[in-house]
Design a protein around this ligand. Structure first.
Ligand code: EPZ
Length: 440
């Protein structure tokens, strides 16, 4: 296992090309189950979640081939129906194979994805939507068993605009008989990307990106060659890194129109943001000021940017309040940030961020993907050496994060994590590690 060592103080200057969107790639890979023809996906990032999804689909019997920035998948058959626990437990997003398996095979067994550090991550909306299409679903302790002799289009209102539920239902409805109207659908750009890809495979989906989607079922889908959208969260993370270091940083190969709220908030804090057709530049500001942020479904402020903005606002003038409305436990990294010098108090789903702090040296652990990136962002502005362990979380969603930050001028490196592996694994699994130093 590795850790990240970062010595803050260097302004980040220069350009960084943004990778393809993790949260689009994973779903479009799963969509390849819906056809027996080859699906070629371009602009796929080299991240651990893509490797895990490749393993899940390989386990189901698909051929998966990674060449350069593309992944070619083919569900020629026979296809298995089971996504096993040892893979689903590594990545909750594996639940996204449920809808496609039901549509293609009429049955599926997916291990229960379980919660994670940021919340319960329930799947009741997925289940209810698929049942409304005619599936019979048993949700057991260990796995979800689903069967559907035939899927029939239905009017499906979502209690919450769940991204995953919208995607699972949309993919199942593509091959259902008749019309499905999905109300209160999620509107994220990754939803639009998936719908665009499915339509290029022969589906008939309208309204993607709005709250009401209409899916006309078709008999079959064919192969496709499709490039996914850039990762708006990775782009936002690099922009915050440029801001917090007082740098002059440009992200390239992005879609600024998908980052509206994040760019608006950076300007509200006081940064100069220049938007091009496929680039965004940010320049440091004298005396950034605190603001209030509430995370909301798209086009509201994205919950995946909450942690990095908390690091940034810890250094701004004044007090900021961050309200997390999407996940019930997404403040888990506050303790780590306070250990570096932050002063954040939690009041239910509000984080009160005291500004004008300075980050200093410290050793912290990445609790999850986005919080891990936020700790790196804080380290880039720290007055001392910051060590971040459990960085496998970060590697799930950021391609070559340290290498790209080095190119921008950061004093950052990967180093072997000397902690005995069994201790690291036990800590990871939540064992209480006796404090042996106390006994010495
Ligand atoms: C997707 O998760 C993303 N993951 C998340 O990104 C992102 O934070 C989230 O959407 C919100 O934008 C992927 O796309 C792989 P949800 P998802 O279903 O689909 C509740 C990252 O760091 N809910 O919109 O799981 C749920 O508990 C990750 O890249 C139900 O109650 O998000 C949560 O509180 C983190 N019942 C809220 O809705 C359900 O059936 C949002 O969940 C489904 C969800």
């Amino acid at each position: 296992m590795n850790k990240i060592i970062v010595r803050g103080g260097n302004p980040l200057v220069g350009e960084v090309k943004i990778s393809g969107a993790k949260n689009s790639a994973l779903k479009i890979m799963a969509a390849s189950i819906l056809t027996s023809e080859p699906v070629v996906i371009g602009n796929v990032p080299y991240i651990r979640d893509v490797s895990v999804m490749s393993e899940v689909l390989g386990e189901l019997g698909l051929s998966v081939e990674r060449t350069n920035g593309s992944v070619t998948l083919q569900a020629k058959g026979p296809i298995g129906m089971e996504a096993p626990y040892q893979l689903v437990s590594q990545m909750r997003a594996s639940i996204i194979v449920l809808g496609p398996l039901l549509a293609r095979l009429g049955r599926a067994r997916v291990a229960m994805p379980g919660g994670c550090n940021i919340g319960l991550r329930k799947i009741d909306l997925h289940i209810r939507g698929l049942e409304m299409l005619g599936a019979k679903i048993d949700v057991g302790q260990a796995s979800i068993e689903a069967r559907a002799d035939v899927l029939v289009g239905a009017n499906i209102p979502l209690d919450f605009p769940s991204v995953g539920a919208t995607e699972n239902i949309m993919m199942a409805a593509c091959l259902a008989r008749g019309t499905t109207v999905l109300d209160n659908a999620a509107r994220e750009p990754e939803i639009v990307d998936l719908a665009d890809c499915l339509n290029q495979m022969g589906a008939c989906i309208s309204g993607a990106g709005t709250s009401t989607m209409i899916i006309e079922g078709v008999d079959r889908l064919h192969g496709v060659s499709f490039n996914i959208i850039p990762d708006r969260i990775e782009a936002g993370t690099f922009l915050v890194a440029g801001a917090i270091t007082g740098g002059d940083l440009t992200v390239t190969s992005v879609k600024p129109e998908q980052m509206g709220m994040v760019l608006k908030k950076l300007e509200q804090i006081g940064y100069k943001v220049d938007v091009g057709d496929s680039t965004v530049n940010i320049k440091g500001a004298g005396g950034p000021c605190g603001i209030n942020i509430s995370t909301l479904p798209h086009p509201g402020f994205p919950t995946d940017m909450q942690a990095s903005f908390m690091s940034l606002l810890s250094l701004a003038e004044g007090t900021s309040i961050i309200t997390e409305n999407i996940f019930e436990n997404r403040f888990s990294f506050v303790q780590e940030l306070n250990h570096l010098g932050g002063r954040v108090n939690i009041e239910r789903h509000h984080a009160v961020v005291i500004g004008k702090r300075t980050f200093g040296a410290g050793t912290v652990k990445a609790p999850d993907l986005r919080a891990g990136a936020a700790l790196v962002v804080a380290g880039l502005a720290a007055g001392g050496l910051v060590e971040i362990s459990d960085i496998h979380h970060i590697e799930r969603g950021y391609e070559n994060f340290t290498g790209r930050l080095q190119v921008l001028g950061a004093d950052i490196e990967l180093a072997p994590d000397e902690r005995p592996l069994e201790l690291a694994v036990k800590e990871e699994e939540g064992y209480d590690i006796p404090d042996i130093s106390a006994g010495l």
